[in-house]
Design a protein around this ligand. Structure first.
Ligand SMILES: C[S@@+](CC[C@H](N)C(=O)[O-])C[C@H]1O[C@@H](n2cnc3c(N)ncnc32)[C@H](O)[C@@H]1O
Length: 341
């Protein structure tokens, strides 16, 4: 895969093995148009397909239609049952925050944890190319949660982590951004430590800062904003499950950063306007930050929902509201230092 220039080429992958998630991400990053034949693809790849980054098919069609056809790697079969590396009781879990999606934005410590993993339990927003760094015998388990779609319950994820750690394995729990920023990392650590499992947490670059930054927006800026407030928009203002004080948020005079808020964007902006925020306040939404599909829409608080809808922006995206959203610093994503050689 790696020695061929795939830019602008159509590539067919004819099956799934434990390297497929990393290979697909790498091919897409290098500019290929990727089609995958899979009856039961991992959830992270279902999500990529839903986001228009990959075509999933059950039958391949004529091979001549593609520039390149790649079969599953025979040398990396998925181990049927992961082998214990140490005696029972010596297992451990490392939570790795993988950053927003570019493989160059994982930490050195995070990558090192993956390189020593027996099992990697991964989410869809983690930099999946880094999975290629797991040892050949490691098991990759996809427990991605798609908003309002396919998902593995948190109870099930905790049980998977416990099961493998109890069997003496080094389990890496691999997440997007930082594990403690709307990542449910805290719940996993509580469950594991209550069961007597040793846990290490490696911080990650959170999308709440990185997504604006990659689009040229600093969350604080001298003379513009002296702070930033990060909130979840997964439930709209007024919803009984919302604990946010929107009157205070409209008055903070800090940058407001909203995660998980594409679906609820119109209601959030309307609420801030109703609570007195200036309609001309600069605002921006950045989707797929750190990925080749990264795009940003800039507008005002009153104009943003329409602009985002017109641009067809979907999750995952971060919205920034405040004076800094008018800044246009150089924000080009870093040159990808891919984890796979
Ligand atoms: C469940 S939260 C996890 C946040 C993550 N722990 C972090 O620190 O970035 C998922 C939300 O993070 C944001 N997000 C994560 N990765 C992103 C990316 N690459 N580009 C834009 N937004 C992203 C989106 O708001 C998405 O809905």
């Amino acid at each position: 895969v790696v020695d061929i220039d795939v830019t602008g080429r159509s590539v067919l992958l004819t099956g799934v093995d434990r390297t497929t998630e990393a290979v697909v991400r790498r091919l897409v990053r290098e500019g290929a148009t990727v089609t995958l034949v899979a009856a039961h693809p991992p959830t992270a790849l279902v999500d990529m397909a839903a986001r228009g980054q990959l075509t999933l098919v059950v039958e391949p069609g004529p091979y001549q239609a593609y520039d390149l056809v790649i079969g599953p790697r025979a040398d990396v079969p998925a181990p049927a049952a992961p082998q214990a590396r140490g005696p029972e009781g010596t297992g451990r879990v490392t939570l790795v925050g993988g950053g927003p999606g570019d493989p160059g934005l994982i930490t050195v410590a995070g990558l090192e944890a993956i390189r020593t993993a027996d099992v990697v339990v991964t989410d869809r927003l983690a930099p999946l190319e880094c999975l290629a760094e797991a040892p050949p015998g490691a098991t990759i388990i996809d427990v991605a949660k798609i908003p309002r779609g396919e998902h593995t319950s948190q109870e099930r994820i905790n049980a998977v982590l416990l099961e493998h750690a109890r069997a003496g394995r080094h389990v890496v729990r691999f997440k997007g951004g930082d594990s403690y920023v709307f990542g449910r990392g805290g719940e996993e650590v509580v469950a594991l430590t209550a069961a007597g499992i040793a846990v290490t947490v490696i911080p990650g670059v959170t999308s709440s800062i990185a997504a604006p930054e990659l689009a040229g927006i600093p969350v604080t800026h001298r003379g513009v904003s002296q702070g930033f407030t990060v909130v979840s928009g997964h439930v709209p203002p007024g919803d009984p499950r919302s604990t946010l004080d929107w009157t205070s948020l409209a008055r903070t005079r800090t940058t407001l950063v909203v995660l998980m808020g594409v679906h609820t964007l119109a209601r959030i902006c309307a609420e801030l306007l109703a609570r007195g925020m200036d309609p001309a306040t600069p605002a921006a939404t950045i989707a797929d930050a750190g990925l080749p599909s990264q795009r940003a829409v800039r507008s005002t608080l009153s104009g943003l929902p329409d602009r985002v809808a017109e641009a067809g922006i979907g999750a995952p995206a971060v919205t920034v509201i405040g004076g800094v959203a008018a800044e246009t610093l150089p924000g080009t994503p870093p040159a990808s230092t891919s984890a796979q050689d």
